[in-house]
Design a binder for this molecule. Structure first.
Ligand code: MN
Ligand code: MN
Length: 474
């Protein structure tokens, strides 16, 4: 028999209430590193470069294409490999003491975030102003992107194959780009529109200049010509080169502490770079794991995971096949399937935190609170559990045991009230390979806004949990 209430009630525990001074201070130090990462990794390409650099420092090597001539190493335990897919997704593996055929422990997060992309032919001018046309990527509230300093990141690839890196707007002495908003004085009609229609996708046009190229005053497009000539001087590119470009528009600004007590963090792209950071650090800090442990960082989650660099790509399974080849010296598809069926996975993604200003949309018992730790989400999706995988009771028990044994501050969560909306993660795409998987990550406020809000306690408890999951003996 339980002696008191606390023995049989499941209660949400706010981490800073329970942690000793040392753990709290470790969580603040961890957040410092995270903020640096978040500030300098606003796109998937930047994230891949940064994390690859960290991995190489501790001995991760590129997994070469493996074939019949590959020499099988004597022992694989402790060996560390990675592969990059098209500069936009990356997988890391740390070989454990057990064989791959005993199953893998995988954590996957996504490194793309909602933003504005440039259209293929973005340049135009109107009323002597130069503009770039954008196409939004992922679920944004369009009105949040006006009157906000914006930076441009990405690559332009010339037909000869040379890659020109573009990164402009973040440094203090660099110009920024901006989408205008209508002055309140003339906004009577706009203010009466539905929020969804107040700013339209085709109105998300970036102002990029106001000076015309010298020439005949009646000549058309002199501002556009002047801008293209400036870009040509700086980057050696022409208008046609923008057709082969990945250029992303993101908010300017560093990740910052939030609140007088500095307990929170605000920054762009925390969905899902907070999990990408926590999972990578968990893997990089791992010593002698029992099971071979993988971190999979994918692109394209925000638009449904389609595309060669997304979670539906064969890239992930082929990488695991190559690890198996390295161990077994042969490739056997049935064997690969057996490995996957024995594997355990975490879909490390953020979930909605309870926002008291919008309490109506949340089920208070089934929504995570900021500061109460990493969130276990049995299923995501929408309506009658559509478009989601769901973790089994058995797998939930397995995860719960890891959380409790490692004394992690954790809570449960779901996206919001049923039938009010919904959303998915990459969990269902990995589940297709017959892998046990569950969503587990920190809660976020203002998700998908130019600046999102997370808690240092939740960031650190996510890291602690991912580490415990990789370190599990079963
Ligand atoms: Mn996400
Ligand atoms: Mn998202």
């Amino acid at each position: 028999m339980a002696k008191n209430n606390s023995n049989f009630l499941f209660q949400r525990k706010f981490a800073f209430d329970y942690w000793d001074k040392k753990t709290t201070s470790l969580s603040f130090d961890f957040a410092k590193d995270y903020k640096k990462f978040l500030s300098s990794c606003k796109t998937e390409r930047k994230t891949v470069n940064w994390i690859e650099g960290e991995a190489r420092k501790i001995g991760y090597q590129v997994l070469q294409n493996i074939g019949p001539n590959t020499k099988k190493p004597k022992s694989l335990a402790g060996k560390k490999f990675y592969n990059i897919n098209r500069g936009k997704s990356i997988i890391f593996a740390h070989f454990g003491k057990k064989k791959i055929s005993d199953g893998l422990h995988l954590i996957s997060a996504h490194i793309d975030s909602p933003r504005l992309d440039l259209k293929m032919q973005p340049f135009y001018e109107q009323e002597h102003l130069g503009y770039l046309k954008t196409h939004y990527y992922g679920g944004i509230k369009k009105y949040q992107w006006t009157a906000l300093p914006l930076a441009i990141y990405g690559v332009v690839v010339k037909t000869g194959g040379s890659v020109i890196n573009i990164e402009l707007g973040e440094k203090e002495d660099e110009p920024v780009l901006m989408i205008s908003d209508l002055l309140p004085h003339l906004s009577k009609e706009q203010m009466e529109k539905k929020l969804e229609e107040a700013v339209k996708a085709e109105e998300l046009n970036l102002i990029i200049g106001n000076i015309a190229q010298p020439g005949k005053k009646e000549e058309e497009n002199r501002v556009k010509k002047n801008l293209l000539s400036l870009l040509n001087k700086k980057y050696d590119i022409t208008e046609e080169d923008f057709i082969s470009a990945d250029l992303e528009i993101v908010p300017v600004g560093q990740a910052r502490d939030l609140g007088f007590d500095s307990s929170l963090i605000t920054g762009y792209g925390q969905d899902d770079k907070i999990c990408a950071f926590a999972a990578s650090r968990a893997l990089f800090d791992l010593k002698n794991p029992e099971f071979t442990s993988l971190v999979i960082l994918v692109d394209r989650e925000e638009i449904g995971s389609e595309g060669a660099t997304g979670a539906t790509s064969n890239f992930i399974i082929d990488f695991i096949g190559e690890l198996l080849y390295l161990e077994q010296g042969e490739y056997n598809e049935n064997y690969l399937r057996d490995v996957l069926s024995l594997s355990k996975a975490i879909s490390a993604d953020v979930t909605a935190g309870f926002d008291p200003d919008y309490a109506d949309v949340f089920d208070p018992n089934n929504t995570a609170r900021l500061g109460a730790g990493v969130v276990l989400v049995k299923y995501t999706g929408q309506k009658g559990k559509a478009y989601t995988s769901e973790a089994t009771a058995e797998y939930m028990a397995y995860i719960r045991k890891i959380l409790n044994t490692a004394k992690i501050n954790w809570q449960t969560g779901s996206l919001g009230k049923i039938d009010i909306g919904g959303g998915g993660t990459i969990a269902m795409f990995l589940a297709r390979h017959n892998v046990d998987i569950v969503d587990c990550g920190p809660p976020i406020l203002s998700m998908h806004a130019p600046f999102e809000i997370s808690s240092k306690a939740d960031l650190y408890s996510s890291y602690q949990f991912y580490k415990a999951f990789f370190g599990a003996k079963k």
